[in-house]
Design a protein around this ligand. Sequence first.
Ligand code: SG4
Ligand code: ZN
Length: 262
Amino acid sequence: KPNSWSKWYANPNSWADLSGSSCGGNQQSPIDIQPISSVTKAFPKLTFHNYGSIDKMILMNNGHTTVYILPAKLPENRVPYITGGGLNGSYAFIQFHLHWGGDSTKGSEHLIKSKSYPAELHLVHYNTKYGSFADATMHSDGLAVLGIFLKVGPSDNEFFQPLVEQLSEVVTDHDETTLTNLVSFKDLLPKQTASFYRYNGSLTTPNCQQIVIWTVFDTPVEISERQLEKYRRLQNAEGEHLVNNFRPSQRENDRVVFYRSA
Ligand code: SG4
Ligand code: ZN
């Protein structure tokens, strides 16, 4: 890795050349989802467990996004997890983070019919049969990431307010704080989670391991321009505005994108 993460991160076309990276592979993410060529499939419904309120989440600026992780002392029986939806077994929540644009014309990683949303929320879960996140990343069914598009609405999203409110405490790379308000997991989800796209892909940052079962909801969540602006004021390691932290869309190749309709 070059010393300057953000300079290197800024050029996704060079990621394939990083030693040990899968970024040039043929099952990469994100993709431009074309609804017309997706294949409808009767997946069971996704089920969300322990998707209630969690207090004292850790918020970190890692130079390319803000990551929200579980508090260290959260009892194991309160960890959010998902089952169903065509996933085998259970996938435990580990962290969520966002991708956003410098303005609202772009920002999401996935595209629908070549259209960007202003931001995309990623809820990262790992396959519990592998015991730990680190071990899960060694397997092609290791992670299940839920992708939620954020679009601009007229008013603040009250459920995102706990995520946004303390961003001023993590303006600089490596800054970390503890969220004082409750985060309600179920209220971060779209109103309707019955319909979604599903495909096999990768992490969207190096080493782009092809270990992610992607679920991308087609129902967006509304947040305000004012709330998005708080993300755009953060800084990367160079002290520049941390914006446009999305990877461009990758080739679908011979993959099938499935669709579960509501
Ligand atoms: C973001 O850069 C997160 O900060 C990373 O999380 C995350 O890596 C990476 O995106 C890739 O995740 O859902 N967009 S993605 O494919 O979750 C992992 C941390 O560095 C492994 C904690
Ligand atoms: Zn992501």
